[in-house]
Design a protein. Sequence first.
Length: 287
Amino acid sequence: MLLSCTSFLSRLPLSVLYWFADYLIYPVMYHLMRYRRKLVAKNLRNSFPDKSEAERKTIEKAFYHQFCSTIVETIYGYRCSKEQMKQHVTFKNMDEVNRLVHEKGGCIFMLAHMGNWEWLAEVQQSLDEGITEVNVYRQLKSPKMDALMLAIRAQREGVCVEKRRILREMVRFRAEQKKVTIGLICDQKPRPEVTRTWVEFLHQDTGFLDGGEVLGTKFGYPVFYAYVRRLKRGCYEAELQLLTADPKSCAEGEITKAYAQALERNILEQPELWLWTHNRWKWKRES
């Protein structure tokens, strides 16, 4: 049912889907359901203590509009052609990415919930022939939603790998001498008992996942951060910023901290693009 509905809606023009986002989804989510509004307000208050209440409220409403846009954009992407997607997502610094992949055999993209993160899989079109984009995902609790998201992601050229299998798959890729880029979202909250890297992030002591650092170090793959900007509604630019070309020479936690700093700069530039509905600071550092 969900897939059939998504398939039907994806045939509509993006302008029509934006109408649904603005005049149906946003009012229901923001005003009627008040979806996680207390959490979002709290996150913004703690992250921007120097801003006024009015300024934070402006960011809050802009975020919910962006969130609703991301929902319909993801639906639209189900049937969007390669040529159409090129009009919506562009990538910068791909010459350096391709060069390092050919030189090192692969690279790591440390991503975040910025803008339309689902559309970042379009990087495959900017990679040289023979390079495969591997997108790491976390299985959703709802089987129906998980199946729907996999069906949507399957429309893109990249390969989806569940996070529990990624290490095994990377070993296989290397054995088969495949050149790959590994894209994984690294801004979710890790449980405190497994958190090794804590950073002062948006005025708060914050634990970060270090999977990108661990994989980059283990395989010697250069690590990039995808710095996302929204140029206008429905059009994004992702600049692949090199965090390190030699992860094995970095101290423990250094790459993850560099990622956190890049993400913070990204958020400060366009705060409405980040996913503020995450209960990001649920857990604190253990004494």
